[in-house]
Structure formats: structure tokens, C-alpha cells
Design a protein around this ligand. Structure first.
Ligand SMILES: N[C@@H](CCC(=O)N[C@@H](CS)C(=O)NCC(=O)O)C(=O)O
Length: 216
């Protein structure tokens, strides 16, 4: 059995690899790390990931960062589960999703909404940047809505893309988007996912509401 450790923050993008670890059913240690603005990161954590972000995966002491890379590493521990796609085409589709979700929706959309100071040194334009970020997020959600047509995003089976999509669905609720009215297919997909044993167990472990109701 490999030695597996995941540094995570409750409700953050680390939820996706956390679900994947529950999915493959291997024992692992979860290290909860707050990365909220102004949080005091430990020296140990910064040494592990000088980018100062979660998730961080340690696999037999080998440190891996970035959600798509971590998902690939977890998938390789249970190759029979094909978490990065079964056929070569499905694998390409999984990377197509993961790259776009990570770079565009997470990095440009939520990154700019929550950390506008990384996009400009001028606090005077933060409001405009954040308005633009919300448009980027809404555009991405519309694209997701158009791509989903059932319980799984890719290849008719559960893949690493699905829990990553769940992360952003939750965040959409958290920032006040009316997810169920605006994105019915994305909502059905997310609601179906929370019934999955690995997802339910991970939401419970992170103390997250499985009803996916908007934050009040
Ligand atoms: N591209 C990175 C993004 C990681 C990331 O931004 N994680 C957030 C939590 S969802 C974080 O640690 N934020 C702290 C910060 O931005 O300072 C990945 O895919 O892992």
C-alpha cells in the first residue's frame, strides 16, 4: 500500500481529489490547511508547495500539486477504475475538461473574483475585475450546461472530471448564482453525484451540506 497524504481545505478545489481518494478506497491521511486570505500557512506547508495552494498530494513522499496532476496520480493507484477515462478518446476528453476547468473557470473566473489583486495593482478597478470575473464564471457555467446530458460528464462513467465539476457547482451557489433555476442539467448532475457513496462520505468528512442548497 502506498503512503498517501492529502493537504486540503474544506470546500476548496481539494474536494475533488479528496473524493477521488474515497473513490479508490485506499487508506490516506487528510491534513486540513486553511488557505483563506491572511491565513498563517505553516513553514512545512510552504516548503511542500511554495505556490501556497491546496491541494497537495504526497505519494510515498513524492509531492504533487495541481488538481489535474493529482487526479492523474490518484487514478494511477487504481488503474482498473479508469478515473482519467477508459478509451484514448475519453482520456483526451478528461484532460480537455480538467485543463479548462482549472485554467479558465478556476484560474480566470473564481481566481479573479476572489483574488483581484493578482490581476491588477490598482485597487480602483477591483470592482470592475470582479464583475468581469462573474461574467466569465457565468459563461463557463453555460458551457458546462450545454455539455452535460446525463449523470457523468465523460465517456458514460464516473471520472475525475465529475467531482471537479461539483466543486464549481457548490461555489456557484456560494457566490449567489441561482444554480437550480439557471442551470437545470448541471443541477441534476450535481444532485445525482451527491448520492454516490464516495461523494457523500467526502462531503460528510468536510462538513459540507449534501443538499447543495444555496448558502443563506
Ligand atoms: N491551479 C491550482 C489552483 C489551486 C488553488 O488555487 N487552490 C486554492 C483553493 S481552491 C487555494 O489554495 N487558494 C489559496 C490562495 O489563492 O491563496 C490547482 O489546480 O491545484
Amino acid at each position: 500500500m502506498p503512503n498517501i497524504k492529502l493537504w486540503l481545505s474544506y470546500g476548496a478545489c481539494s474536494l475533488a481529489p479528496h473524493i477521488l481518494l474515497h473513490e479508490i478506497g485506499m487508506p490516506f491521511e487528510a491534513v486540513v490547511t486553511s488557505v483563506s486570505e491572511g491565513a498563517n500557512l505553516t513553514d512545512t506547508f510552504v516548503r511542500l508547495n511554495p505556490k501556497k495552494r491546496v491541494p497537495v498530494l504526497s505519494l510515498d513522499g513524492e509531492i504533487i500539486t495541481e488538481v489535474p496532476a493529482i487526479a492523474t496520480a490518484i487514478s494511477s493507484l487504481a488503474p482498473q477504475r479508469h478515473l482519467m477515462g477508459r478509451t484514448p478518446l475519453d482520456q483526451a476528453r478528461v484532460y480537455e475538461w480538467m485543463n479548462w476547468l482549472s485554467g479558465t473557470l478556476h484560474g480566470q473566473g473564481f481566481g479573479c473574483l476572489w483574488r483581484p489583486q493578482r490581476f491588477s495593482d490598482d485597487p480602483g478597478i477591483f470592482d470592475r475585475l470582479q464583475t468581469k470575473a462573474k461574467t466569465t464564471i457565468a459563461d463557463c457555467f453555460q458551457t458546462i450546461e450545454g455539455k452535460l446530458s446525463g449523470p457523468y460528464s465523460t465517456g458514460g462513467a464516473f471520472t475525475a472530471v465529475d467531482p471537479f465539476l461539483l466543486v464549481f457547482y457548490r461555489w456557484g451557489n456560494n457566490i449567489g448564482f441561482d444554480m437550480s433555476a439557471t442551470y437545470p442539467k448541471y443541477t441534476a448532475f450535481a444532485r445525482g453525484l451527491v448520492d454516490r457513496a464516495s461523494v457523500a462520505a467526502t462531503l460528510a468528512a468536510e462538513g459540507l451540506d449534501p443538499s447543495l442548497k444555496p448558502a443563506s
